[in-house]
Write a protein that binds this ligand. Sequence first.
Ligand SMILES: CNc1nc2cc3c(cc2[nH]1)N=C(N)NC3
Length: 371
Amino acid sequence: MTERFSFELKATDGKARTGVINTPRGEIRTPAFMPVGTAATVKAMMPESVRATGADILLGNTYHLMLRPTAERIDRLGGLHKFMNWDRPILTDSGGFQVMSLAGLRKLTEKGVTFKSHIDGSKHELTPERSMEIQKLLGSDIVMCFDECPALPADRDRIAESMRLSMRWAARSKEAFGDRPGHALFGIQQGGLEADFREESAEALKEIGFDGYAVGGLAVGEGQEAMFGCLDHAPDHLPKDKPRYLMGVGKPDDIVGAVARGIDMMDCVLPSRSGRTGQVFTRRGVVNIKNARHADDPRPLDEACSCPACSNYSRAYLHHVYRSNEMISGMLLTWHNLHYFQEIMQGMRDAIGAGTFEDWQAEFHAQRAQG
Ligand SMILES: CNc1nc2cc3c(cc2[nH]1)N=C(N)NC3
């Protein structure tokens, strides 16, 4: 059991990397996909099922948990790991993005942001110091800096101003985080799609010094081409010996393209949210189970998949329980999607390790083209 947080690069293939992040609560194989457990649960999944899909780490949210049930209550009950019965690593987002995307009546100052809860309208404040305090009370293993996420579209001046505020908040986050062996603090690179601002942000974060570096401000509607264009240069300015985490990504082909550009960690609600809306990801593309053409289909979703949904149920059954709005529908489709996303990650880890990532990518895209 390691007391420290460390990142070991095992192999690279082009810009792609594979390695292991060692933490006191277990290792994280990279490239890694983190299922999202926003309100202390990966929706429709038991924690042991999340682990069975191959996940080494999951994500929690400061914003949601501070509002309900509050970080103080979770701390009194033994911390987030005990509370949600997940004893492996947890990364918590810092709240900045969720305040921008969910809260009402936001007021932004140099100090931080005040806002009204989207749940009950109560007033709250988040600052770098309060976000660090909340993430410490939760007991998360990887803490994210408190950053400002600009509403888009935004002009260059607004993007620069927001990025520079986030860099000042990153320094305050580091100061407030203190020295916590076995826990990690990740900085978040900002700068929109502007190459010069991305480089300025990376330099500022390296000056402060973090255990890992996130690429923030993407997957906010810019589209895959613009995101990849930014990823063609943004990670290059980040330290090679630290994990790089792309926040909020994404669809399977987004994930593959991000790993090919040097990203080590990602998170996205897509596989779990889609599992609840009948959207199923397979190696041949997306299947919408609600479509009537599945009503009599005895085949599994994906013949090559070993998940419980594909091993034990027909498309006809999954179509039926989805149409009947039965709980087992969300459970089985979420399990399948998370299993498939982890299968993609394992495939990439193996291919990068073997130096065959180019061929693996070609096969990945060819299978989807067949449909
Ligand atoms: C779904 N897209 C997405 N882009 C993000 C970008 C950020 C984030 C979360 C995101 N999710 N959290 C932050 N603290 N900062 C940047």
